[in-house]
Design a protein around this ligand. Sequence first.
Ligand code: AMP
Length: 188
Amino acid sequence: MGLRLIFLGPQGSGKGTQASRLARLMGVPHISTGEMLRQAVADGTELGKKADAIMQAGDLVLDDLVVAMVGERLSQNDAACGYILDGFPRNVAQAKALDEVLETPLDGLVQLDVPHEELMKRMLLRAEQEGRADDTEEGISRRLAIYWEETAPLSDYYRETDRQVFAVDGLGGIDEVFSRVALALAVE
Ligand code: AMP
């Protein structure tokens, strides 16, 4: 299995945790667009100023801005031999833009499956614990709706374009889910 992977899953599916662990195991960078954008907002960069209100509303930041940010990140040395992308692409337009900028094609996609009710429960708990600005009940529902409408269809896009899609059951403890991810990718 190659090292150029996308991690797909709704907010609250545990994809950030699993993606970061897999990246550590494989020795490649974990690239989270949500984290990069939150950092840009905290640093008050031009990108951060444009993204701030959009993120708080739970909407998607403009494709062009995110694609440019990811393109720049992937051109850095540490991503030369692989990476785990988390939170990007978020829709088919971003997936196509990514295919255009990549010199070495993607190896595949890991998709974490978690039922809607469980996601709401986990997200509300996280809101209490972390106090992220976009973790209001309204923001959470909005982001989940966008996920089902725009992001979930990505697995079909990647299947149709002959990339490997590994669907993994995301219910259970962190270790249990990670074992499934590793088994699916055969990287243990
Ligand atoms: P996340 O941490 O992945 O849940 O992302 C937090 C927020 O950052 C999202 O609700 C969006 O507003 C924004 N964001 C992150 N990744 C993307 C992306 N690929 N395209 C557009 N907006 C994004």
